[in-house]
Design a binder for this molecule. Structure first.
Ligand code: NAD
Length: 523
């Protein structure tokens, strides 16, 4: 099948998922190449860090201008490689990176600056403490195909502005989009060895983990994430793992059904359902279930599916046949266990090799794969619930915990429910778009991952925290040094009483006994 990656003599070939056309061939990066790239990055990382955060921010400013100037060309390249509609390439890829750059330009200096640490402990008040946020060194980024520009772009920019060098191993299906991040960064002034893109497959990813990098930011599936966590644990390699999701959408009985039904179909079918934050399960309060289902089906049947380069389509193809087959298996499993395929449920071979109709399922149960495993395709299964407690129990009955959404006209009701959902992000009256909010941390709980990207928490993942304390009385020996002795022990007891005794009387007595304790050491 033309849309599958073909690996022959360490070559990777990428195809347009809408047409099957061959787009590029790449040499797959081998272990030695990966190791050499990381070694080069290590040499260049220190001067990059010493350049100062202001100068790195200035380079990000140039990057932002260049990306804006070249937005159409880049969005078209993303569409050709990933299949998503051109307008989605503009909004969920180019715009997301432009805005993440804006966030870093506006905030990186403040978020990365040194911070004084006041000491309340009497014995330590003579020290001036500071927190330094320093780069890890070389950060490895391994990224997936579904957002092939914005995921490696936003993660790499945060790592770079913090003073790290980056070695990026993009998905074998979408290397070109990642290489565009590199060409813009180089033109903006990032040295070639400070940011390197190594096209490659899973073996290249394994090689990167073993190459001596100082931190790994991985985005991909749960099974790969688990394998990576094991490899990283053996090396004590710190990791951020942004993994899969099975996001629940709750539609409460007071929701605006016109809005909620539009939100549901966008949440389920944006990027042909291949978003980590896709709406993959929809729970609707029973009194509005039938009206909601009817609205969803009606709107789904009006969606236009086709080549993403055509501005008149809403949904493109799936990335490759393997992903399409997973969707078919989940729908078939649901069908044989009693689910109703209300609309869709078929391939659309007349459009191209990887097209699947936007699909709505009713009468689903939690025994079905469609409600338990990540489907990652254009399928919206809908299930009725009676009470809020039941909705929370159903939403949390999942190994995943990436995102969730709640539709209600009552904000307080929505926010109260949000606290009870096991998810990294909960949106009220919207879906999916948390990834595009540059200030918002992105990441999950349970099997959906470890750590965060984006916003201040994402930037914090790119630095190590170092504490430095300078003693302001360098000519004085410290009380807690040798020698010990009975008198000194009594003074220490007094010191403890002085600070922590419950009554004022005991604190005053303690202060008398402690007198002189902090000074006058002989050794
Ligand atoms: P994947 O896990 O198959 O591959 C992701 C990346 O890991 C690719 O670059 C791949 O070459 C590499 N890789 C594969 N095996 C590896 C190994 N053993 N060691 C090192 N690297 C390895 O995922 P995918 O199919 O590319 O992407 C889809 C998945 O990504 C979905 O599960 C989706 O939910 C998830 N995802 C998560 C987020 C998030 O932010 N949480 C965002 C986008 C996608």
């Amino acid at each position: 099948m033309a849309t599958e990656i073909q690996i022959a003599a360490k070559k990777l070939a990428c195809f347009n998922p809408a047409t099957g056309e061959l787009l590029h061939e790449f040499v797959c990066s081998g272990e030695a190449e990966v190791r050499e790239a990381v070694a080069r990055s290590r040499v260049w990382q220190l001067p990059w860090y010493e350049l100062s955060v202001q100068k790195r921010i200035a380079i990000l400013g140039k990057f932002q201008n260049l990306l804006h100037e070249n937005k159409s060309e880049i969005a078209q390249a993303i569409t050709r490689e990933s299949g998503k509609p051109y307008v989605e390439a503009l909004t969920t890829e180019v715009l997301v990176v432009l805005d993440a750059t804006r966030f870093l330009i506006e905030n990186a200096h403040r978020l990365l600056r040194e911070e004084p640490v006041p000491h309340a402990n009497l014995a330590m008040r003579t020290k001036a403490g500071r927190i330094l946020r320093q780069p890890y060194g070389v950060v490895g980024v391994i990224s997936p195909w579904n957002y092939p520009f914005s995921i490696p772009g936003t993660e790499s920019l945060a790592a770079l502005v913090a003073g790290n060098a980056v070695v990026l191993k993009p998905s074998e299906f979408t290397s070109m989009s990642a290489l565009h991040v590199g060409s813009l960064l180089y033109e903006a002034g990032v040295p070639k060895d400070v940011f390197q893109v190594l096209p490659g497959d899973s073996g290249s990813g394994v090689a990167l983990i073993g190459s001596g990098i100082d931190k790994l930011v991985f985005t991909g599936s749960v099974p790969t994430g688990k394998r990576i966590a094991q490899l990283a644990a053996a090396r004590f390699l710190p990791v951020v793992l942004e993994l899969g999701g099975k996001d629940a959408m709750l539609v409460l009985d007071d929701a605006d059904l016109e809005v909620a039904s539009s939100g549901a179909i966008w949440g389920a079918f944006v990027n042909a359902g291949q978003a980590c934050l896709s709406v993959e399960r929809c729970y609707v309060q029973r009194s509005v279930h039938d009206a909601f289902l009817a609205a969803v089906v009606n709107k789904t049947q009006r969606l236009r599916v086709g080549n993403g380069m055509n501005p008149e389509i809403d949904m493109g193809p799936m990335i490759h046949r393997r992903q399409l087959e997973i969707v078919e298996q989940h729908v078939e499993d649901a069908r044989t266990r009693g689910a109703r395929v209300v609309t869709g449920g078929t391939r659309l071979p007349e459009l191209g090799p990887n097209f699947y109709a936007p699909t709505v399922l009713a009468d689903v149960t939690h025994e079905m794969r469609i409600m338990r495993e990540e489907t990652f395709g254009p399928v919206l299964p809908i299930l009725a619930f009676d009470t809020e407690d039941e909705a929370v129990q159903l939403a949390n009955d999942s190994e995943f915990g990436l995102g969730a959404s709640i539709f209600t006209r009552d904000r307080a009701r929505g926010e109260a429910l949000a606290r009870r959902l096991a998810a990294g992000t909960v949106l009220i009256n919207d879906v999916v778009c948390g990834f595009g909010i540059s200030e918002a941390p992105h990441g999950g709980v349970k099997s959906s991952g470890i750590g965060r990207t984006h916003g201040s928490f994402g930037l914090e993942e790119m630095v190590t925290i170092k504490y430095v304390a300078s003693d302001r009385l360098p000519g004085i020996k410290k009380a807690w040094w040798f020698p010990y002795g009975a008198a000194f022990t009594r003074q220490i007891e007094g010191l403890l009483d002085m600070q922590f005794a419950a009554s004022l009387k005991h604190r005053v007595q303690g202060a008398r006994r402690a007198a002189g304790c902090l000074f006058g050491k002989k050794l």
